[in-house]
Structure formats: C-alpha cells, structure tokens
Design a protein around this ligand. Structure first.
Ligand SMILES: O=C(CO)[C@H](O)[C@H](O)COP(=O)(O)O
Length: 338
C-alpha cells in the first residue's frame, strides 16, 4: 500500500509538478517495489507480464521478506530477502551496494535512471527510511523511473527545477574499463545523459553481463541514436556513410511501427566495427554531428563508479581512476544505512 502524504507537507514550498507525487494515486498496485509480490500477476495492470522492468523473484510466494522489508524497513533486520535468480540477484546486489556507498543523508537531489536494475536502486533508497527521504527530491530519466519514484512515495522533481543533482544512479548496457558506457537499451539515453551530466556524481549499476573492456563486444545491437522522426531515413544513410554496419530503426515489440522515445523521437541502433568502438569519444562526436541526431547512447568521461553484481553473489566496483575491486562480499540483508 502507498503511504499517506507525509506530515511535512505544509512546511514545503512545492511546485505544481511536485505535488502530484504526494497525492495518493487510486491504483495501489503499480510498483514492482512495494505491492506486486502481494498481488497475483493477472490482477496487476502493469504487473510482471506487462512490465519488462518489474522485479522478478524465483518463487511467487506472496509473503516475502522483501515485501515485508519494503513496507517496514525494520523488518529487514529480522527477515531475509527472497532469493532471486542469478541475474536479478546480481542487479539487486549492485544496486544496493551503490546506494549504500553513494546516496548519503546529506544528498537532497537524486537522479533516478531507467531499466531493470534501477527498481532495486529505488527499493534500497526507500529502505533508508521516510525521515531522510522526506528531505529529498528525486529526478526521473523517463516515464518508467517517474512511476518508480511516485509509487515508492518519494518526492518527484524535474531537472528544470533541479539542474544540479547530488548523485544520479543509472543502469547501462555495457561499460568499459575507462567507464565509458553504451546506454539507451530502453531508449531513455537523452534524459539519462542530461541527468548524468547534471550530477556531481554519476554511478552505474549493472549485472555481470554488462562488464566489458571494449564497448560493443557484449552489447552487439549497436549504439542507440535518438533522432528527430522526420530525419530518420537521412540519418540512417549518414550513419552507413560514417561506417555503421546495418543501422536499424528500432521497432516496437508489442506495437506496429517504431519505438517512440519519451521525447517523441525515434531510436536507431547503429553497430560499428571494432576500430570505431576503440575510440568511443571520437565516435560519439562524429555521430552527434549528423544533422537530425538528438543524442547518442555513448556516455564518455561521465561515469565515476560502476557497480556490477556477479553470478556468485559478489560485486565488482570499477572506479574512474582505474581501480578495480573484484569479488567483494555484499549482503543484501544488511539493513540500509539511515
Ligand atoms: O540505458 C538504459 C535505458 O535507456 C538502461 O539503463 C540500460 O538499458 C540498462 O538497463 P538494464 O538495467 O535493464 O540492464
């Protein structure tokens, strides 16, 4: 269940945008974080069968310790979280560790990225408790993270109200050793890059499949390129001319026609040969200079730390200074820092 509007409401000066986050919504079952484990999938409008970013557990037992911990953070002290399959478990471990290390009580503006790892970020932040979260604003990178923020009962901000962000945490499709990233697997990379650049610290969370050394070796479908719809055919042509092998307009999965981004644009996936991927900053500039391109899913020189959950339950942390810490033990049942 969503919590009631907090008692600090009258003392805050709220923008019209922000107020919506404090008004209880009529549908109580939108969140993969709080309520979904308690409802059969068939009755959830955006439940696991519809929402690719819903958190998936190994069993459908509704009385999970995770749900209990989400509703009552103190429950996390006495009950263990439900085990997840290795990939989901890796996402959760990475997200929890990153939140514990980078989302501190003094942080009041937090950017929330997109994808299937980010729900665990929001889950861990919610576990930090109402007292600390009441002082914070959360800025989303798109529709999905906006819903996550609202459904977790957190205060929704916008980047035009908060152009300076303390920390943004986001997923990635692939990260190299210099912490360059491919992003945009969910076609959210324009807003994701704005929030990454607006943040004092940009932290990436991902499972082990995203931990690479040469961009494009693990994420083979190409560099996501957001384009103005009317220009897509010309951009496809120019991407080929630039050297992309078979760039494709991204098509919807359960809709006829192209994927339309949160900004009303199209998305092209442009694979490039290894020689191009060896210098992602150079490739980024070349693609961005094509007229009609709105943003490129290459994030170069922005990320400060990347957290990867591993199959064996450990985590790996790569830092921008080149330091790599591997095989770190992390217990997701440790209560969140308050
Ligand atoms: O860039 C993104 C969306 O545009 C996502 O952050 C990226 O696709 C990673 O997603 P996931 O956490 O599901 O692996």
């Amino acid at each position: 269940m969503r919590r009631s509007p907090p008692s600090f409401l009258p003392s805050l000066r709220l923008s019209h945008r922000s107020v919506t986050s404090l008004v209880p919504r009529t549908n109580p079952v939108r969140s993969p974080l709080s309520s979904l484990p308690s409802y059969p999938a068939a009755t959830t409008p955006l439940g696991p069968s519809h929402n690719p970013y819903a958190i998936r557990t190994m069993s459908s037992n509704s009385s999970s310790a995770a749900a209990a911990a989400n509703h009552n953070p103190s429950a996390a002290k006495s009950a263990s979280l439900k085990p997840l399959d290795p990939v989901e478990g890796a996402k959760r471990a990475a997200a929890y560790a990153a939140v514990d290390n980078h989302v501190k009580p003094q942080h009041t503006v937090i950017g929330i990225g997109s994808g299937s790892t980010v729900p665990y970020v929001v889950e861990r932040i919610a576990q930090q408790g109402e007292a600390v979260n009441a002082k914070r604003w959360f800025v989303p990178t798109g529709f999905q993270s906006r819903e996550l923020i609202i459904d977790a009962g957190l205060k929704l901000g916008d980047v035009d109200s908060f152009p300076f962000i303390d920390v943004t945490i986001d997923g990635a499709d692939e990260v190299d050793n210099a912490l360059n990233c491919i992003k945009g697997g969910g076609a959210c990379h324009l807003r994701e890059k704005v929030l990454a650049e607006a943040a004092k610290e940009f932290v990436v969370v991902a499972d082990y499949r995203k931990n690479g050394s040469l961009l494009g070796s693990k994420w083979a479908q190409g560099v996501p390129v957001e384009v103005a719809p009317f220009a897509y055919a010309k951009v496809l042509q120019n991407l080929k001319r630039l050297g992309s092998t078979n760039p494709q307009l991204r098509m919807g999965k359960a809709k006829a026609g192209p994927v339309v981004t949160d900004n009303g644009n199209f998305c092209i996936d442009a694979p490039f040969p290894e020689t191009y991927m060896r210098d992602p900053s150079d490739l980024l500039v070349r693609i961005k200079l094509i007229t009609g391109v709105v943003e490129v899913g290459l994030f170069c020189g922005i990320c400060k730390s990347a957290y990867f959950g591993n199959e064996d339950g450990t985590i790996t942390i790569k830092s921008v200074d080149g330091k790599v810490q591997e095989g770190l033990a992390f217990d997701v049942n440790t209560p969140a820092l308050k």
